[in-house]
Design a protein around this ligand. Structure first.
Ligand SMILES: Cc1ncc(COP(=O)(O)O)c(C=O)c1O
Length: 425
């Protein structure tokens, strides 16, 4: 169905047909939810062995009694796992509490208030501070910026990662841009993996940016593949070391979507110097992380091979859900010009771009037919999608049957909103 090729009469009868189907769904009074980028209970069940796994043995491999205070940067055995996930050295990692988001917030705090290279390097001394935000992106990154009054400068995303020509030009011309948020693998929400060329260019970026520039490398989906032979992400820290920019890279990941989302272990990867600085301020607010939980994780996931086979069990649950979403998009909307999307091979999201000006209407129409979607605009700084196009679909929580109905409604709403827009043009 190419709307441009339809006459006004054809458009009108199509509208009547789609509106009738829409009304039939409304009458069913459904309550479906595609908003939540969190694991389903079935996925959480995969890690229930955590409960009781210590069986009274609280000793870490270095003899630490994990029930006690201390060990600010985490247990060696869990740091080893975090270092392997991020592809960095075991001396370049800190294992913290349950949320990488907290570590991101604390790193922004460190850079903004305290400085990573001495107090005089704190961003706050330089007046108005900005951060580059590839869009669409992760709303909680934007919320951290807002909390510090950091102005967000959007940069377009491509299928290879941020548009590097745009990003380089921005940071070159504006030294008040002090950082960039990156979700390099199965990006939230577009699901793409940054290409080798983009990772290389990001490793070089601090050389052309103002002083104190930081790359926030949020590798939340580092091991969250849905296919057997996933594309590899280039190693930012190795490239940064070659470029001499390693002190400008701070990396994050967590077990939130590996084990129990609210009770996992988060990691910060950075140079020895940056970690030492970070720990100097971290020790003001804590004597140490929850090492009992870290030990539970290290016992359940002692190495990457175990982690990988654990992630295959997640993929077996998630992949059919992604396939269901993509089937409806491909069968009903491919070739129509009514939207664009990527086909992610991992992560938690599928991102859909409607025709300009329709995302809000599609979200509203879907809600009125019983399908809750992430609010349009949430994937943009300040909640403002300038073209009102992007909708984030999160298929992990609903059952397959629920997802199927939700997608029938979603594609119907996209078609109906597009036809109505065309009719009113
Ligand atoms: C890109 C990204 N980073 C971080 C998080 C949250 O991670 P954590 O649970 O470790 O705070 C999420 C959760 O959806 C995410 O999508």
């Amino acid at each position: 169905m190419q709307l441009q090729s339809l006459s006004q009469d054809q458009l009108q009868s199509l509208e009547v047909e789609l509106a009738a189907a829409y009304q039939a769904f409304q009458e069913k009074k459904l309550s479906l939810d595609l908003t939540r980028g969190k694991p389903s209970s079935e996925q959480l069940n995969l890690s229930d062995a955590l409960d009781g796994i210590l069986a009274g043995n609280y000793k870490a491999e270095d003899g630490t009694d994990c029930r006690n205070y201390g060990g600010l940067d985490g247990l060696p055995e869990i740091k080893r796992l975090g270092a392997a996930i991020l592809g960095i050295g075991e001396d370049e990692i800190l294992a913290g509490g349950n949320a990488s988001l907290t570590l991101m917030y604390q790193c922004v705090y460190q850079a903004y208030e305290l400085g990573f290279a001495g107090p005089e390097s704190a961003w706050r001394h330089e007046g108005k501070i900005k951060m580059a935000c590839p869009v669409p992106g992760y709303d909680r990154h934007f919320t951290i910026c807002e909390a510090f009054g950091i102005e967000m400068v959007p940069v377009a995303m491509t299928s290879d990662g941020p548009d590097m020509a745009e990003l380089e030009a921005l940071v070159k011309s504006d030294p008040s841009i002090k950082g960039v948020w990156c979700v390099p693998k199965y990006s939230n929400p577009t699901g793409i993996i940054y290409s080798d060329a983009v990772v290389q260019a990001i490793a070089e970026l601090p050389k052309v940016a103002g002083k104190g520039f930081l790359v926030f490398w949020d590798n939340a989906y580092a091991v969250h593949d849905l296919i057997d032979q996933p594309k590899a992400l280039a190693n930012i820290m190795n490239l940064a070391k070659t470029a001499g920019t390693e002190h400008s890279i701070v990396q994050f990941c967590s077990t939130s979507k590996i084990t129990h989302a609210g009770a996992g272990v988060a990691f910060l990867g950075a140079t020895n110097g940056n970690l030492a600085t970070f720990k100097n301020s971290l020790c003001v607010s804590t004597i140490g992380p929850d090492k009992v939980n870290q030990l539970r994780h290290a016992r359940m996931l002692p190495d990457m091979a175990t982690l990988e086979s654990h992630m295959q069990k997640h993929a077996a649950i998630l992949k059919p859900r992604f396939d269901m979403v993509l089937k409806y998009l491909n069968d009903d909307l491919a070739g129509t010009g009514l939207g664009n999307w990527e086909s992610p091979e991992g992560g938690y999201f599928i991102s859909f771009d409607t025709l300009p000006g329709l995302a809000k209407s599609v979200v509203k129409m879907a809600a009125e037919a019983g399908v809750k979607l992430t609010p349009a605009g949430a994937t943009y700084p300040y909640g403002k999608d300038p073209e009102d196009r992007n909708i984030r679909l999160a298929p992990s929580v609903p059952s397959l049957a629920e997802l199927e109905t939700a997608m029938q409604i979603f594609v119907l709403c996209v078609k109906l909103a597009s036809v109505r827009q065309r009719l009113s043009a």
